[in-house]
Design a protein around this ligand. Structure first.
Ligand SMILES: NC(=O)c1ccc[n+]([C@@H]2O[C@H](COP(=O)([O-])OP(=O)(O)OC[C@H]3O[C@@H](n4cnc5c(N)ncnc54)[C@H](OP(=O)(O)O)[C@@H]3O)[C@@H](O)[C@H]2O)c1
Length: 255
């Protein structure tokens, strides 16, 4: 059985992934933005081991989420699921782009990393020139490209980790809206499969999946120069360098 941390698991696809994995007997750690949402998350997934609380729009709270996760011990998989859509561009940037970067850098390296993207990333632009200048110009689609860039950079740099991105489809969660046309169950099955399956097709890295099918992603995400620029801008904004493999073991212990 595996230990899995799922960010943003108070609702939507995060909660459904958590229920599914806990139902299969895995040890699941939930994450919610505050204590009230944490209680709600735990009520809905009573089989979960623990809930970590922290608002991912705040860098210090995001760092604390990583430190709390490390205090619980090493995870087999982390699903970077939390995301926002119809909010300010600043919040989109912090939750969808910066938080996954911070958590990836600071959480003790798991065996598998899964990043929730969207097919909207295909129309996004890395838009790196606005990272420091004007984050209000960064769109949801841009942010969902950023997580694919991060995922592909991790896959390239950490050869001992399976790092993959997922497009869950347009599904009827709070974010997707009631009229969303795609299958809700298929919307979480790919990330849970990538987190725990022993299928050879799930033990791969540097892929972008839609409904368990290896799919085409925005070529900007595979551009190594752009990946490096992305990581260095995230480092400048957060003060946290992307760890080389050897450094990562040291960094996660910093309080
Ligand atoms: N639904 C779709 O059609 C669709 C399509 C493509 C991609 N996606 C992606 O799939 C992922 C899950 O989406 P969903 O549809 O399940 O959305 P959702 O129903 O709105 O759930 C989002 C989750 O993220 C949490 N979250 C948001 N901001 C947070 C913050 N500042 N700190 C901590 N937690 C925060 C939410 O907590 P609260 O409940 O407390 O707000 C909630 O648990 C997202 O990354 C999204 O971009 C969804």
């Amino acid at each position: 059985m595996a230990r899995i941390l799922i960010t943003g698991s108070a609702d939507g696809l995060g909660q459904l992934s958590a229920k599914s994995l806990a139902g299969q007997g895995h040890q699941v750690v939930l994450h919610a933005r505050n204590a009230e949402r944490g209680r709600y998350a735990k009520q809905n997934v009573p089989g979960a081991e623990h809930v970590i609380v922290g608002d991912l729009s705040d860098i210090d709270e995001t760092k604390n989420v990583a430190y709390e996760a490390n205090a619980l011990g090493r995870f087999d998989a982390v699903i970077h699921n939390a995301g926002v859509y119809r909010v300010s561009p600043k919040e989109i940037f912090m939750v969808n782009t910066i938080a996954p970067y911070v958590l990836t850098c600071l959480i003790q390296k798991p065996k598998r990393l899964i990043y929730l993207s969207s097919n909207m990333h295909l129309h996004g632009d890395a838009n790196l020139e606005n990272f420091k200048k004007d984050s209000s110009r960064i769109s949801y689609s841009d942010s969902k490209l950023h997580v694919v860039i991060l995922c592909m950079a991790v896959a390239r740099k950490w050869r001992d980790v399976f790092s993959n991105a997922v497009d869950p489809g347009w599904v009827p969660t709070r974010m997707g809206g009631r009229g969303a046309p795609d299958d809700l169950q298929k919307g979480y099955e790919t990330q849970t499969w990538l987190a725990v399956s022993n299928d050879s097709s799930a033990k791969v890295s540097g892929r972008y999946f839609h409904h368990r099918t290896d799919s085409r992603f925005n070529p900007q995400a595979g551009d190594v120069v752009l990946q490096e620029r992305f990581l260095s801008l995230c480092r400048d904004i957060t003060g946290i360098p992307f760890p080389n493999s050897w450094l990562h073991e040291e960094l996660h212990t910093i309080p």
